[in-house]
Design a protein around this ligand. Structure first.
Ligand SMILES: Cc1ncc(COP(=O)(O)O)c(C=O)c1O
Length: 327
């Protein structure tokens, strides 16, 4: 049975105000926005990016979708969970030489019925190329192709339905998010641009967790061109010399400290790495006293099990991060 996407119950969002000595000293107000759904794998930015893809699959009567991701991808876990919920077929091209059935993310995807196709790096690199996509469309004629990370115009449109501007204390001066494939940032820019009651000085910052020089072009391509008041935005590198998904001790420590101090769970690949950079910017005085910042908690906590599985975090760190109840 197909469920209409509007029947996907349990979508709610909570705001958390962070209080600590740095924020007090710099007089910067920081709010964390956490959207939740009934299915934890689709929390954060995941449901927002997937919802219009699912709707299109239902409308066009596709049997399912084909998508792409790394072996520990939050996007793949979310897609697998959504496919089971909406009773649609899911196929993923996974950047891996083999499908490791002990990998917690892939194990979850397989348990949800997703078909996983191990894809070598060279082939995987073609995932945005027209020839490759045409070949996939022929190979999977009954499936919608969802780009890596769900970052299509549809994905960005889903994010654009969020309101990260209006914190419980009033309008934010800065809206910040972790950025990888760009759909989340594009959606936030679109949302902000469409708000007629706009506080024109507010800015959207994408804290890039990947070293991808084409990211600004990708984000621009995903922006809806009907934005009434283009919102100012910029991309800030989180750690330029560090590769994506290779987590630094600095980011792991930041996540653990944050979990212990605020009971908010982060992971060091996306949200923790991004928030750590935001803290460095605050400490460097990049935001005027009195600024109010809204930070998007984009989820991704399923990734913690994969970090532990690869021994990139130790047991104590895994326990601290898993014990925090918010996020
Ligand atoms: C937890 C988490 N945060 C942030 C992002 C970045 O979002 P985007 O790929 O839309 O830039 C992702 C990737 O989807 C993610 O999994």
């Amino acid at each position: 049975m197909l469920l209409p996407t509007s029947d996907f119950a349990g979508l709610s969002a909570h705001w958390y105000r962070i209080a600590d000595s740095l924020l007090a000293k710099t007089r910067v107000e920081l709010w964390v926005y956490c959207p939740k759904t009934a299915e934890p794998m689709i929390s954060g930015n995941k449901w927002m990016k997937l919802q219009y893809h699912i709707k299109l699959i239902q409308q066009q009567q596709y049997r399912g979708f084909v998508t792409f991701g790394g072996a520990f991808s939050n996007h793949l876990a979310a897609c697998a969970a959504a496919a089971e919920l909406f009773n649609i077929k899911a196929t993923a091209y996974v950047r891996a030489d083999t499908i490791d059935r002990q990998n917690p993310t892939l194990q979850f995807c397989l348990a949800k019925g997703m078909t996983l196709i191990a894809t070598d790096r060279q082939t995987y690199r073609q995932r945005e190329q027209a020839d490759f996509l045409n070949m996939l469309a022929l190979r999977h004629p009954d499936c919608l192709i969802i780009p890596e990370g769900g970052s299509s115009v549809l994905g960005a449109s889903g994010i654009a339905g969020l309101n990260l501007t209006d914190t419980p204390a009033g309008p934010a001066d800065v809206i910040a998010t972790a950025t990888a494939s760009g759909g989340t940032l594009a959606g936030l820019i679109t949302a902000r641009s469409q708000q007629v009651h706009s506080n024109s000085s507010s800015e959207i910052i994408g804290l890039a967790v990947v070293n991808d020089p084409s990211l600004p072009v990708k984000v621009t391509a995903l922006l809806k061109n009907n934005a009434a008041h283009p919102a100012p935005w910029r991309i800030v590198a989180t750690a330029p010399d560090q590769r994506y998904a290779k987590c630094a001790a600095e980011h792991i420590d930041f996540c653990c400290e944050f979990a212990l101090n605020h009971n908010i769970a982060l992971e060091p690949v996306y949200t923790g790495r991004a928030l750590c950079k935001l803290y460095q910017m605050i400490a460097a005085g990049e935001f005027a006293p009195g600024s109010r910042i809204s930070f998007f908690h984009t989820g991704g906590l399923q990734g913690l099990a994969g970090l532990y599985y690869r021994q990139l975090i130790n047991q104590q760190q895994y326990q601290i991060l898993s014990a925090a109840t918010v996020g």
